[in-house]
Design a protein around this ligand. Structure first.
Ligand SMILES: CC(=O)N[C@H]1[C@@H](OP(=O)(O)OP(=O)(O)OC[C@H]2O[C@@H](n3ccc(=O)[nH]c3=O)[C@H](O)[C@@H]2O)O[C@H](CO)[C@@H](O)[C@@H]1O
Ligand SMILES: C=C(OP(=O)(O)O)C(=O)O
Length: 427
């Protein structure tokens, strides 16, 4: 199995192109099921999860064609044509590999009137329920049964109808699923306390380009006037704000200076001031954002929250950064109950971290040392890469398949800015 070997201590210098956002791509792909005309997605990142989603769309009867994807290019263009669906079932074998598969539920229900989707279980970062997805779809008239590990959903005769949904907590996935169902429902749907993440804005903009009628995009109150049909469109996936934030941490921890091509400070929300407080400097430059270490690294107190708060998907990378900061940090995770799988691994590299309940106290140490490490989720794995880039000596990161889910050609991008990093065969 592949491993990543890093010899730490080299300041990163140069340019890193930011890829299309994984978490936007994984909600734009199921949107293709809402129309019988082709949807062309540009700037799709080359990631294992995108391939898995393509496979799921094929299983449902949609064709997927990728164009212009020379191996040396970042990103690719995919045209998805769901002119005729041959199945309405998302099987366990695919859903277990990729939680985002649940996002075919709303589109299948809206388009075909039925959907059977394997229930995603918990995962390494927490419990991850889907009750709000189901309640939201029920508010549009769907009948839902949970049997044998599957969600079986049926629209009433005549199709889904608009409804009024007040989410008790902000849910990115539930907002996406219900939004995709509501665009083809009869009448008006109002979603209150909807998620406002940039990836939801990206989905809504793509749906509008396909003929949907949505107002309140980017706010917590989305109003959707259902239309009879959507048409095809061409849409470019937004840049990956989490990838950009991850490389910002990598540049700062190594004392380097990197231009993140295509990065946009507006997409970082209040993750940006938290990184600034930790000592990352951001400067707008032509074509992107220049990141470097300002005046040393400093401990921070920060809590993850829905947009525009500190992104939960940046918590592990921020933690890696502050392991070598002056002073202590207190990081609190509010979205997932178990998103600290990186803590024992960072500790093996010399970090001083104590977790109590939902908070982690990180006392900065002068330096980290390389070690063999392993993580059980995507961002935890990235935090180990960031730590490895700064550590003295060699770090081996195992279970690279987590990184391949969310970072397009990670080692190539880091090699290009001077990191001593390579993918090697391992046991
Ligand atoms: C608000 C938030 O930051 N969401 C993150 C979440 O999205 P993802 O869509 O996976 O999760 P949600 O946004 O739905 O979850 C937010 C919170 O709502 C709870 N919940 C969710 C759905 C549900 O049906 N019932 C329920 O109780 C969850 O347990 C969680 O505490 O993980 C993604 C991958 O790391 C991140 O990119 C998203 O930024
Ligand atoms: C946990 C993540 O993704 P997923 O929900 O696809 O597992 C992530 O993007 O950090």
């Amino acid at each position: 199995m592949d491993q990543i070997r890093i010899s730490g201590g080299r300041p990163l210098k140069g340019k890193i192109p930011v890829s299309g956002a994984k978490n936007a791509a994984l909600t734009l792909l199921p949107a293709a099921l809402l129309t019988d005309e082709p949807l062309t997605l540009r700037n799709l990142p080359r990631l294992a999860d995108v391939d898995t989603f393509g496979h799921l769309l094929n299983v449902l009867g949609a064709s997927t064609q990728t164009q212009g994807s020379r191996p040396e290019d970042f990103g690719r263009v995919m045209t998805i044509s769901a002119s005729r669906m041959t199945s309405t079932t998302a099987p366990y074998d695919i859903v277990r590999k990729m939680r985002a598969s649940i996002l075919v539920l709303g589109p299948l229900l809206a388009r075909e009137g039925v959907a059977t989707v394997s229930q995603p279980g918990g995962c390494a970062i927490g419990n991850r329920p889907i009750d709000l997805h189901l309640k939201g779809l029920e508010a549009l008239g769907a009948e839902i049964e949970l049997t044998s590990g599957y969600v079986r959903a049926k629209a009433p005769k005549g199709g889904l109808t608009g409804g009024h949904i007040i989410f008790p907590v902000v849910s990115v996935g539930a907002t996406e699923n219900v939004l995709m169902a509501a665009v083809l429902a009869k009448g008006q749907t109002v979603m209150e306390n909807a998620a406002r993440e940039p990836e939801i804005v990206d989905l809504a903009n793509c749906l509008v380009a396909m003929g949907a009628r949505i107002s309140g995009i980017g706010t917590e109150r989305l109003v959707i006037d259902g239309v009879d049909r959507l048409h095809g469109a061409t849409y470019a996936v937004m840049p990956d704000r989490i990838e950009a934030g991850s490389y910002a941490c990598a540049a700062a921890i190594t004392g380097g200076e990197v231009v993140l091509l295509g990065a946009d400070r507006a997409l970082l929300g209040s993750t940006l001031p938290v990184l600034e407080a930790a000592g990352v400097s951001f400067e707008d430059v032509k074509g992107g954002l220049k990141v470097s270490r300002a005046n040393g690294l400093h401990g921070v107190t920060a809590t993850t929250a829905p947009w525009p708060g500190l992104a939960t998907d940046m918590q592990a990378q921020l933690m890696a950064l502050v392991t070598v900061a002056d002073g202590a940090s207190v990081l609190t995770e509010t979205i997932f109950e178990n998103r600290y799988m990186h803590v024992p691994e960072l500790a093996r590299m010399g970090a001083d971290i104590t977790v109590t309940g939902r908070s982690a106290v990180v006392r900065g140490v002068p330096k980290l040392h390389g070690a063999p490490v392993m993580a059980t989720d995507l961002r935890a794995s990235m935090s180990l890469v960031i730590a490895g880039l700064a550590a003295e000596g060699e770090t081996i990161v195992r279970r690279v398949y987590h990184l391949d889910r969310g970072y397009e050609r990670l080692e190539e991008k880091l090699q290009a800015v001077g990191a001593d990093i390579e993918r090697v065969d391992g046991d």
